[in-house]
Every structure is written in structure tokens, then in C-alpha cells.
Write a protein that binds this ligand. Structure first.
Ligand SMILES: [Zn+2]
Ligand SMILES: [Zn+2]
Length: 474
């Protein structure tokens, strides 16, 4: 059997096949790497942050700081590897000078996860994959997700009105760490969808807060693949968060929710997840991946075909999947033959403009109102819309029999919970402050049994409150 030749160099045997094209290892790595590099040089702003600059007046000697969120996935490792190859080139061409330094940041959920990440990082660091010159440009920081509450300046308790879908907030004091934490919050979520929604926000908030607190850091490089961004877009649409798509993919303006100090760059947005998996298999970086199983679908050559992806991970029942997982499953299933669909979803999402604000919530007419939970702009009044579609008012008690039934209900578990809720709600409505919420967050909150949530107040003070992170050095 004659092997298929690589279509690029026409010399080596093909080892990978992607988008119907056969590649050899070297040409494939170049293909993936160029896609990322192209987006890193997309305009003058980003070019100036990545390339080697000369001149007396340059800040930090022309070396800029880049924050790279790192979750030990194939995407994180390949993004980092492409940065490494750029650093190596610069080092060589500019005789020891490089254009940027990298702050790698990992958010961990619990001690177990932290141990896994640390183990993997040590293995990675102690390997001979990169030389010391490269490691000098890296700093690895770990942040405990609990710092979302612990290192918050001010917390508030947000309560949703069960009939009007308006919400009010009360000042909240965290007495001890065990009373309310990430675990408690996530356990209260009614389903994995809401849990996932909250978790995504918590991680992104901590990373952006970290970037805010770095002096002179103007770029966060998010290693999200085209596949992940496409499932993110579909997920937002399904969750009623379609209006936030445009803002969530914007890489040209400074992030105004975080003091306009940095821009968010998505340089892997033209690369498929399966391509990043193949990249990690070829480079051997797959050894260090945590919480994710790489797929070898694109590998042609059998001897580098790793053992097939762990099937037990894929048997989660469809009905138990989050919207994002469903979208991901769909995109995974079509990635081979129909990868252009993924590209179309992304391109369409990328072209969307933010909607115009049509119906502001009462009391917020003078300024653009932002959701107090997820910080997204509120484009139309979601409470009013929900009031119009839902009939939520109970029937008044009229007969003796109804009165009896009501009493029974009152002493039941649900009845007691409702009393607790009503007491809290009345307190919030007499002493609290207005809280604007977006449609997606109202739906999440309405699904939580107690219809309340503890959340940091998003203010300049909150961003200044220093995060308790630590750096792992050798
Ligand atoms: Zn080739
Ligand atoms: Zn929201």
C-alpha cells in the first residue's frame, strides 16, 4: 500500500487529514500555528503587543505582558506552544530580545483539581520540551475559585420577585467561609445548565479581575477553538442570551466592564478543536492535558493513533447534557465532514452587531443598564416581557375547603420554604436597592428554589480588591 503524500510539501507521507487535506506532521503544525499567528497580528494594536519593538521611550523596554487563561485543555497547550515558537524565533532573530511575556493563569474549583493541575504543570515544567530561555518568559498563577466570594469587596443578596420578575438587593456580610461558597452556590442550581452558566461567569470574572490588577497588561489571549466558540454562540441563543453574542466575541474594543484596561483576543477562532487535539498528539503535549480526552479522529497513521478517546466520557445521556454540551456534541459529530457549518456559525456570530436598546427596565432610563449578575447589557426589559407571557398570580382563597388546603400547604416543606422566601422578599422590597437583571439571569434565578443568590457587587472597588492568587515558581 502506498502512503498518501502531504499536499503541502509533496514529499513526506501524510499523517493527518483535516478539512479534506492530507498533511505531514511538520506541515500540519505550521498550518495550525499560522492560523493563530495571523489573528495575533490582526491589527496594529495586537501587532505592537506581540512583536519586538525598539526605541528609547517604549514602556517596559517594549516587552508587553499577555495574560493567557489556561485550563490544561488541548486548546490551552497548543495556544501556548504557538506562543513558544514565536518567542524562540524572536529570541534568535533579535539576539536575545523578545516582544512579550506571558502570565499563564489557571482557576481551580477544589483541592483535588488543584493537585491535578500542579502535578501536570510540574511534569510539563520538568520536561525538556522547551529550553530555559522560553520558561523565563512565563509565569504561572493559580487562583482558587473561592476567591470569587472571599476576595470580593462587597457582597449583596439578590432576590427575585416570584410574580413580577423584578429583583432587589440587600447588603450581605459573609460570616465564615463555609456558610456560602462556590460549592453551595452550584449545589443550589436547579440543573447543570444553570450551574455551567454560573461557573463560566465566575472563571471569566476571576481571570479578567486578575488582568485588571496587572500593571500594563492590555491583552487577554483566550484559547477558545472555533468549535468551542460555535457551541458558545448556539448556547447563548438557546439560553435567551443571543443579544450578548456580539459583545462576547469583540476583540477590537477595550473591555469596559473591567475599566477598559485590556482587550480580549480569540486567536484560535479559525481552528477546529479536533485540529488542536491533533496538534497536541503530534507534539506530545497531550501527556499534560487534564480533565479532557483528546480525540485522534484526524490522525491517519496508525502508529501515532493514540488509544481511542475514552468512550465512557461520551455516554452521558442526552437529556442530562447542558445546552453547551449538546451543541458541542453536535459540532463534534459533524466536525469531520461538515466542518464548514461550524465556520459558518462562527462567522455569522462574529458579524453580529449589538442590538439597539428598546425597553429599559424602570428606573434605569438614563444610563445603559447592565445585569448585576453577568454584567451584560440589558437591551429590552425582560421582567416586563416575562410578566406578559406568564400567568403567575394565584387565585384568592374563597371557600372553607380552600382555606383548609392552604393551611396544610403552609405547614408542608414547600410552605415553610415559601414563608422564608416571602419574609426575605418583603425585607428586600422595603430596605433593598434596585437590581437590574438580564433575561438569562432571571431564568436562572427563578430556577433556584430560594430565588436568591449571593453575588459580588461589581464596582471599581471590587476590581481593586486584590485577588489572593499564588505563583508557582521553581
Ligand atoms: Zn508536508
Ligand atoms: Zn445576566
Amino acid at each position: 500500500m502506498t502512503a498518501i503524500k502531504c499536499k503541502r510539501c509533496k514529499e513526506n507521507d501524510a499523517t493527518v487529514k483535516s478539512r479534506k487535506e492530507p498533511f505531514c506532521d511538520a506541515c500540519f503544525l505550521k498550518f495550525v500555528s499560522l492560523k493563530q499567528r495571523k489573528l495575533m497580528m490582526t491589527d496594529e494594536f495586537y501587532r505592537d503587543h506581540f512583536k519586538v519593538l525598539y526605541g528609547k521611550d517604549l514602556k517596559n523596554n517594549g516587552v508587553s505582558k499577555i495574560v493567557v487563561p489556561f485550563d490544561f485543555s488541548s486548546s490551552s497547550f497548543s495556544a501556548l506552544d504557538v506562543l513558544v515558537s514565536l518567542l524562540k524565533e524572536q529570541n534568535l532573530q533579535h539576539r536575545g530580545r523578545v516582544g512579550f511575556r506571558v502570565k499563564i493563569i489557571t482557576v481551580f474549583k477544589n483541592e483535588q483539581e488543584r493537585e491535578l493541575f500542579e502535578q501536570s504543570w510540574k511534569m510539563f515544567r520538568n520536561s525538556d520540551i522547551y529550553d530555559d530561555q522560553v520558561w523565563l518568559q512565563f509565569e504561572w498563577h493559580l487562583i482558587n475559585a473561592e476567591s470569587f466570594f472571599r476576595d470580593a469587596k462587597d457582597l449583596q443578596q439578590i432576590i427575585l420577585h416570584h410574580q413580577d420578575f423584578n429583583s432587589m438587593g440587600l447588603q450581605y456580610e459573609l460570616k465564615d467561609n463555609s456558610e456560602y461558597n462556590i460549592e453551595v452556590l452550584l449545589a443550589r442550581c436547579p440543573n447543570r445548565n444553570t450551574r455551567n452558566d454560573m461557573w463560566i461567569f465566575i472563571v471569566s470574572h476571576l481571570i479578567k479581575k486578575f488582568a485588571y490588577q496587572q500593571t500594563d497588561c492590555e491583552v487577554i489571549l483566550w484559547a477558545h477553538s472555533m468549535t468551542k466558540l460555535a457551541d458558545h454562540i448556539i448556547g447563548l441563543v438557546v439560553k435567551g442570551r443571543g443579544a450578548q453574542i456580539a459583545a462576547s466575541l469583540n476583540s477590537t474594543v477595550f473591555d469596559s466592564d473591567y475599566g477598559a484596561r485590556f482587550k480580549n483576543l480569540y486567536p484560535l477562532k479559525n481552528t477546529l478543536l479536533s485540529e488542536l487535539d491533533a496538534y497536541c498528539i503530534i507534539t506530545g503535549l497531550n501527556k499534560y492535558i487534564v480533565n479532557y480526552t483528546v480525540k485522534n479522529d484526524l490522525m491517519i497513521t496508525k502508529d501515532i493513533k493514540e488509544k481511542s478517546a475514552d468512550l465512557s466520557q461520551n455516554v452521558r445521556l442526552v437529556k442530562n447534557m447542558t445546552i453547551n454540551e449538546l451543541a458541542r456534541k453536535y459540532f463534534n459529530d459533524i466536525e469531520g465532514e461538515y466542518s464548514n457549518i461550524i465556520a459558518t456559525v462562527l462567522r455569522t456570530g462574529d458579524k453580529l452587531k449589538p442590538p439597539t436598546i428598546i425597553n429599559k427596565p424602570e428606573g434605569y432610563s438614563n444610563e445603559i443598564s447592565k445585569c448585576s449578575i453577568c454584567l451584560n447589557t440589558i437591551y429590552s426589559n425582560p421582567s416586563e416581557w416575562l410578566r406578559n407571557i406568564a400567568i403567575n398570580r394565584g387565585h384568592p382563597i374563597e371557600t372553607k375547603e380552600e382555606q383548609e388546603l392552604y393551611k396544610q400547604w403552609q405547614s408542608s416543606q414547600v410552605g415553610i420554604q415559601t414563608e422564608v422566601y416571602l419574609t426575605l422578599r418583603n425585607k428586600a422590597w422595603s430596605e433593598g436597592h434596585d437590581i437590574p437583571l438580564c433575561y438569562g439571569c432571571i431564568i436562572n434565578l427563578n430556577g433556584i428554589k430560594t430565588r436568591e443568590i449571593i453575588w459580588p457587587k461589581h464596582e471599581e472597588d471590587e476590581l481593586e480588591n486584590v485577588l489572593n492568587e499564588f505563583e508557582l515558581s521553581d
